[in-house]
Design a protein around this ligand. Structure first.
Ligand SMILES: NC(=O)c1ccc[n+]([C@@H]2O[C@H](COP(=O)([O-])OP(=O)(O)OC[C@H]3O[C@@H](n4cnc5c(N)ncnc54)[C@H](O)[C@@H]3O)[C@@H](O)[C@H]2O)c1
Length: 286
């Protein structure tokens, strides 16, 4: 059985969720090698992890620490025990990345695919050996959400699934294993109601604050749908809807307001504004 604190885990993609995964791993004492092709993304890894650690310390106290190295070279992940892939929610880019991973990783390396909706089987095929691919859909902030949606395809090897579950348990997570259909369980429903909340806002039924207030206050949700969309990233929400539409039909067509915000570069928390403004107050109306 792998000793998770000895050999590093690889993280591909240092965006919103990749940095959050790297932080949660390091906080569990697991060393990390994180790769991104974009220099700015690599440059933001340490400040992003420090922000996440401040929040995690506030809620849960101090965690463990572990070595984190940042690399521009995918081949550096050849020495890792397992790789978590978190690149943009674009099936073509993900296929390219998994093809490249198949060429640099030793045959035995398990690849945990962190995607909102892309079927894991497609990516396992690109990897070359679909036995090595397991879907692991983390929620942001990873260190603070203890249940993880895990996707096992008809081709996922038993040993690969066991390895992923062992890492998740080491991180204090509860894995819930589901089947491989686009969007799995969570996003097939979540994206539908996030998209409809955006359309409701655009129709002028209520402003963003009231929409979110109703979901929190009446339904007991921890975060309203528009706050959730801002946290995920509006570009990622839109890309996820496009993947879902390809597999499940037109009901997943992105709301026109979502298209407009993404075109304007208002991507939510990561760009400083979305449905709310994060530039000064951390979340007033945009
Ligand atoms: N944001 C969330 O809350 C969340 C939660 C669970 C899963 N996901 C999934 O995780 C993935 C990443 O989402 P995100 O929100 O972090 O997106 P993001 O846009 O914030 O980050 C994506 C990162 O991938 C990098 N990238 C693009 N092409 C690459 C390549 N060829 N090689 C290496 N890096 C590359 C980008 O430079 C960027 O830093 C998506 O598949 C998304 O659906 C996101």
């Amino acid at each position: 059985m792998t000793s998770w604190t000895e050999q590093p885990v690889g993280v591909v993609g240092a965006g919103t969720i990749g940095v959050s995964v790297a932080h949660a791993l390091a906080r569990s004492g697991v060393p990390v090698v994180i790769h991104d092709v974009v220099p700015d993304a690599r440059a933001r890894v340490r400040s992003g992890m420090a922000d996440l650690e401040r929040l995690a310390t506030l809620r849960r106290g101090k965690g463990a620490s572990a070595d984190v190295s940042v690399t521009a070279d995918l081949a550096d992940l050849a020495r890792t025990s397992l790789v978590v892939e978190n690149v943009v929610e674009d099936p073509a880019v993900k296929v390219e990345v998994h093809t490249a991973l198949g060429q640099v990783l030793p045959e035995s390396t398990v690849v945990a695919v962190n995607t909102s909706a892309v079927p894991i089987t497609t990516l396992g095929t690109a990897l070359g050996d679909p036995r090595q691919a397991v879907g692991v859909h983390f929620m942001n902030p990873v260190a603070l959400i203890d249940t993880v949606e895990v996707v096992s395809t008809p081709f996922t090897g038993e040993e690969s699934l066991r390895t992923v579950k062992s890492l998740l348990r080491h991180m204090g997570k509860r894995p819930v294993v589901v089947e491989d259909r686009a969007g799995f369980v969570i996003n097939r429903s979540l994206m539908l109601f996030v998209n409809e909340a955006i359309a409701t806002l655009d129709d002028g039924v209520a402003d963003a604050r009231k929409v979110d207030q109703l979901f929190r206050g009446c339904l007991g949700h921890r975060s309203g749908p528009l706050q959730t969309a801002d946290l995920i990233g509006l570009d990622t929400v839109r890309d996820t809807l496009l993947v879902l539409r390809e597999h499940h039909g037109d009901k997943f067509t992105p709301a026109p307001l979502l298209d407009r915000l993404v075109a304007e570069g208002r991507l939510g928390r990561k760009s400083g504004s979305g449905f709310y403004d994060y530039s000064r107050t951390g979340g007033s109306h945009a």
